[in-house]
Design a protein around this ligand. Structure first.
Ligand SMILES: C[S@@+](CC[C@H](N)C(=O)[O-])C[C@H]1O[C@@H](n2cnc3c(N)ncnc32)[C@H](O)[C@@H]1O
Length: 224
């Protein structure tokens, strides 16, 4: 069973990173953050591929979306932390990412651009029926242009939601990364129409300075 970050790990000593001649200040800051992040250390200790694994642990401990034997689609899965947790909690997983991802024992891994028109059907072909959970931690690399980044995030959450409505069995769950204040108005209206409960959560493992939060929609009502 997946573990949380211990108090001991949180109390780890702070590591200072000198700015080497060839290392820019921003990459030194990134490295210092990695070295001083108890989630990074604990992920390494437990063999999780990403610190993001703890976000799913914390979200699932609260909302209980991953049931033993559940069929799960994990969108934006690389490098595979969420897939590892879903498998550890007894789910059957089809994981997809635009980047190559090392296989996770027990999971089907697909390399595809989910925003490509053909992608949803390619995933459906691997599933052979309805699923219980659609997870999406998809995030495109930021461009630095706030309006563009926002539009891309909204488009990904919308696409993941549309896919979820096509593939979820009644009673199923949709858990997706959204940003800044939660699901946008239109998506929130659609989620409330399609699911019995819709909540937002920022798991402790999500960095405070990050604008990401997650929307957790449960009790899919079935296709209209
Ligand atoms: C925050 S990471 C996911 C981390 C993952 N949940 C884990 O636990 O290891 C976001 C992922 O979304 C993927 N992504 C971005 N755009 C995508 C797209 N159009 N189709 C599929 N995956 C995409 C990125 O390649 C990246 O691996």
């Amino acid at each position: 069973m997946a573990k949380k970050v211990s108090h001991g790990a949180r109390r780890m000593m702070t590591v200072r990173v000198k700015t080497a001649k060839k290392r820019s200040t921003s990459s030194a800051a990134w490295l210092a953050r990695q070295l001083n992040d108890p989630y990074v250390a604990e992920a390494r200790r437990l063999g999780y591929r990403s610190r993001a694994a703890f976000k799913l642990i914390e979200l699932d401990d609260r909302f209980h979306v991953l049931k033993k034997g559940a069929k799960v689609v994990d969108l934006g899965a690389a490098p595979g932390g969420w897939t590892q947790i879903a498998i550890a909690r007894g789910a059957h997983v089809v994981a997809a990412d635009i980047l190559p991802m090392e296989s996770v024992p027990g999971a089907v891994v697909m390399e595809l651009d989910f925003m490509d028109d053909a992608a949803p059907d390619l995933i459906k072909a691997k599933l052979g029926g309805k699923v219980d959970v659609v997870l999406s931690d998809m995030a495109a690399p930021t461009t630095g242009h706030a309006a563009t980044d926002h539009l891309r995030i909204v488009a990904m959450a919308d696409a993941a939601h549309l896919f979820a409505t096509e593939i979820l069995a009644p009673g199923g769950s949709f858990l997706a990364k959204v940003f800044q204040g939660g699901a946008t108005g239109e998506l929130l209206v659609a989620l409330k129409r399609d699911f019995t409960t819709v909540r937002h959560a920022k798991p402790p493992a999500s960095r405070a300075e990050s604008a990401e939060i997650y929307v957790v929609a449960q009790g899919f009502k079935g296709r209209a």
